[in-house]
Each structure stands twice: as structure tokens, then as C-alpha cells.
Design a protein around this ligand. Structure first.
Ligand SMILES: *Cc1c(COP(=O)(O)O)cnc(C)c1O
Length: 474
């Protein structure tokens, strides 16, 4: 499997070569030159596989240079009931990503039973094991620099804590995360974990990471790496649970399902798009947004119009308060028919005009791609949380509620719709209280989290301050 940049300006590379870095040197994102194909017959034989074996089957298609035995070891080490057994009482944690039917056509794919109670653990725990393996082979070390709107940060830190050769420098928007999210990150006392709160929003944090990464000298000198959702290994690891969800939902190998996916940086739903390209029978991919509706607007009009931080609203599904979807370029690259010149043109336009409009051919391809979108307001979010609780005694978090809301607006009768669960309700207690009148249950082992001492550095939106901190502590 060979990887190329969406901007076409760097030599082709292998999986092991690209997964430790962030953006390609030309500013683009690495993508496989062609998506691997899985026939329906092969797919059907995967029914009996455990999650770890399924992960191995899917990921070895993307990481053929790693060797099957290495991938097998990483998957078996990662996808255990011990790591992914933190969710609701009575859940079959052995399945890692169990499908929970609400009714005959609507179900929830539980992805949030990992250590930080959010779906990002599924890819990030694998990434931690992968990084440690690659670094020890090469006798290298890595300083991970990343931005988080809440869940990426804790997920990365829990995946990397205590790992050999790895330090984590995590930028988070000061005062913009839930108490639970803050407590999860800032209470970590591992010496290889550094929390930096930036006096700005998530996009400011993300821009800082991009700026620092574009200083190639600094990047090289301090071995700066990334774990953001642009990281290819994360995307590939997320493809796996689309296969798992489909395998648990369908009755025969031709049955198509729809996935509804709460979306921010377009990482999670991109993995679904890739699964579809590989041959997984997916009818629709529903992009669920909150009031920050850049992607909703795009899938209705073909116009991608990013917003600045002043126009990025603080909502009750905060992990989706994103107005620039960093993985989106990978999808557009596919829509242009892998035309990197066109991608450069569109992203140049985006830089100068803050928006681009697809041409008629491209827009036609978007409409045929299976993507649809729906947005949710705060009131709808609350209503869905309450409704799902009243009707099914299943408590969902605000992001998952956006996914359910979008599913109910965009599903096709007769076709099963799987809503991806992105976090457990315990992470967003205030919103659950507002919706249902009670606080969500706290999973076992997390009762004292909010009372633990916290450790964080607060900084302005200034790359030099961040750089000197990294230089001092790396
Ligand atoms: C990260 C996250 C999202 C958005 O996922 P993307 O891959 O960025 O689209 C949605 N909900 C929760 C709870 C998240 O942590």
C-alpha cells in the first residue's frame, strides 16, 4: 500500500513512514493511492471474527509494510475487554463495539467504553501501541503536539501515558471544556504528559499546531509528531468499527445500512466513506452537525464556507464546535477524482476567500456519494436525549443525540440505520440534567475524578510561547 499527498507535492510513502508524522510537507494529507477492496464473500467470512481479529484483517490491508504478526500483536494487545470495559452495566464488553438495537431499524453502535469514555479511544489506544512499537524499532523518540476540543486530548493522553519514547504536549481551549473533560486531562500526573490551556477556542489551538508544524526546522529538531484526527493510522483504525457495526446489523451479505455520524473534524465519518469505498454495503452516510453547520451547508449546496472563531458557537455538543474540518480535504480529493492540482486550487481559494464552491461535475459526484447531512439545535438535542431515554431507557450523550436527531431526519424507511455513539453521557452531566432532570450515572472507577488535583499551563495564542515550553520540556 502506497500513500500520496492530496496536494501531490511529496514522494509516495509507506504506512510506517506516514503514521508518525502529521501533515505532508506540501501541506496536504496522506491518503492511500487506491483503497483496498474487500469482496462481499470475504466480508461475509469475517462474521465470526473477534474485534481484534477483524481489526487485524482490515488494518493489514492499509499497513502491509508492518507485517501481519506485528499488527496481530498490536490489535490483540489493544482490543481487550479490560481496556474497553468501562461503559454501562450489563453491556457485552467482549464485543468491544457492541451494537445496541433501539428498535428494528434504529440502533446505536457503542464506541465509548474505552478509558476516556469516548469513541476516540478505539483508534487512539491502537495508535499508542503502534507508536511505541515503531519508535523502539528505530530507537527514536517523539514529542506529540496536538490540539483538542475535549475528547482527543484525554484520549491521546490515556493512550500515550507512560509509554516509552513518547511525550505529549496537548493544547486545549481555556475554559471551553466540560468539568469532566478537564478533570480527565488535567488530573494526569504522568511525567510524559503536558497540558497547555490556550486562551482562545479550538480553532486557535489547531492553528497553533499547524503553525508550529510548518516550522520545519523546529519540527525536525524536536521530533514533533501528531495524533490529531488527520493521522492516517487513526482513520484506518476507525474504518474497522464500520465493518463491525455492519456485521452485527445485517442478515445477509447484500444488505445495505445507513450510518449516522456526529461530525466535527470529519475524521469519524471519513472512515465510513473509506469503508464504503472498500466495498462495505453502505447506503447513506449521514453527517450530523450541531449549530456549527459548515458541513451541513456544504452537503446542501456544494459551498464550503469556513468560519472564524468569532462565528464558531459554543454549543452543548462542544466536541463538534469546529468550523474547519481538517479531514475534509481527503474526501474532496476523492471527489475531484484524485486531482491534486484541483485540490491545491480549492484550498488556495479557501485560504484567500474563506470559501470555495465545487463545479457542477464535482457537485454531482458529491450528490452520488451517499452523503447527506442534518443539523441539530440545542432544543432538538435535549428533546432527543429525553425521548431516547423515555422510549428505550437508554441514556445518550449530547453528540450522540445529534446523530440520532440527524438519523431520524435523514433515514430511509426499510433500511437499518446505525447511529455511532461518540461519548458516554457521564462526560456531559450538565446537559443530561437539563434534558432529563437527573444526572447521568458515573461509570465504576470514575467517581472521584472531579476531586483529583489538576495540573495545567495557561498560555496566550502565541506560537513562540508554546515552542519555548516544548523546547524546555522535551
Ligand atoms: C471528536 C468527537 C466528535 C467529532 O468527531 P470527528 O472525527 O472530529 O468528526 C464528535 N463527538 C465527540 C464526543 C467527539 O469526541
Amino acid at each position: 500500500m502506497i500513500y500520496v499527498s492530496t496536494r501531490g507535492g511529496v514522494p509516495a510513502a509507506t504506512y510506517s513512514e506516514i503514521v508518525l508524522g502529521g501533515l505532508a510537507r506540501d501541506g496536504g494529507l496522506y491518503v492511500p493511492k487506491e483503497y483496498p477492496q474487500v469482496s462481499k464473500d470475504t466480508l461475509w467470512t469475517w462474521r465470526s471474527l473477534s474485534y481484534a481479529h477483524l481489526a487485524m484483517a482490515v488494518m493489514s490491508l492499509f499497513a502491509d509494510d508492518l507485517g501481519r504478526s506485528v499488527i496481530a500483536k498490536l490489535c490483540q494487545e489493544t482490543y481487550t475487554e479490560k481496556t474497553f470495559g468501562h461503559g454501562r452495566k450489563g453491556t457485552d464488553f467482549a464485543k468491544i463495539t457492541p451494537l445496541h438495537p433501539l428498535d428494528s431499524e434504529l440502533s446505536i453502535l457503542e464506541l465509548s467504553n474505552g478509558p476516556t469514555l469516548a469513541f476516540k479511544d478505539i483508534a487512539m489506544q491502537y495508535l499508542g501501541a503502534l507508536f511505541e512499537n515503531l519508535l523502539s524499532k528505530r530507537d527514536e523518540h517523539l514529542n506529540i503536539l496536538a490540539a483538542t476540543s475535549g475528547d482527543t486530548g484525554s484520549s491521546a493522553e490515556y493512550a500515550m501515558r507512560g509509554r516509552e519514547g513518547i511525550k505529549v504536549f496537548m493544547l486545549s481551549p481555556y475554559g471551553r471544556m466540560s468539568d469532566f473533560q478537564k478533570a480527565q486531562m488535567y488530573s494526569l500526573m504522568d511525567p510524559n504528559i503536558f497540558n497547555i490551556a490556550i486562551e482562545g477556542d479550538f480553532d486557535d489551538c489547531q492553528d497553533l499546531v499547524k503553525e508550529i508544524n510548518s516550522d520545519l526546522k523546529f519540527k525536525k529538531q524536536y521530533s514533533i509528531g501528531a495524533v490529531n484526527s488527520i493521522n492516517w493510522a487513526r482513520i484506518a483504525a476507525q474504518v474497522v468499527y464500520y465493518f463491525s457495526g455492519w456485521l452485527q446489523a445485517v442478515e445477509d451479505k447484500d444488505e445495505e445500512v445507513t450510518f449516522s455520524v456526529p461530525t466535527g473534524n470529519f475524521g469519524d465519518v471519513l472512515a465510513g466513506w473509506i469503508a464504503k469505498q472498500m466495498g462495505l454495503p453502505i447506503k447513506r452516510l449521514i453527517v450530523a452537525t450541531n449549530e456549527n453547520d459548515v458541513l451541513y451547508e456544504f452537503f446542501r449546496s456544494g459551498r464550503y464556507r469556513i468560519r472564524d472563531s468569532a462565528h464558531t458557537y459554543k454549543t452543548s455538543s462542544p466536541s463538534m464546535d469546529i468550523s474547519k474540518a481538517s479531514n475534509f480535504e481527503r474526501y474532496i480529493y476523492d471527489i475531484t477524482g484524485h486531482d491534486s492540482q484541483r485540490v491545491n486550487e480549492l484550498w488556495d481559494e479557501l485560504r484567500t476567500k474563506k470559501e470555495f464552491l465545487l463545479n457542477a461535475t464535482e457537485w454531482q459526484k458529491v450528490k452520488e456519494s451517499g452523503f447527506v447531512a442534518a443539523k441539530s439545535t440545542h432544543a432538538e438535542r435535549l428533546k432527543r436525549i429525553r425521548e431516547v431515554w423515555d422510549k428505550y431507557q437508554f441514556l445518550v450523550d449530547p453528540h450522540t443525540a445529534d446523530g440520532i436527531n440527524a438519523a431520524l431526519k435523514q433515514r430511509i424507511p426499510g433500511i437499518k440505520t446505525i447511529c455511532l455513539e461518540t461519548a458516554l453521557p457521564a462526560k456531559f452531566a450538565g446537559t443530561i440534567k437539563e434534558a432529563c432532570g437527573f444526572y447521568p450515572p458515573i461509570p465504576e472507577g470514575y467517581e472521584n475524578l472531579l476531586r483529583l488535583p489538576q495540573r495545567v499551563e495557561v498560555m496566550g495564542i502565541d506560537q513562540d510561547t508554546v515552542k519555548s515550553y516544548i523546547a524546555e520540556n522535551s
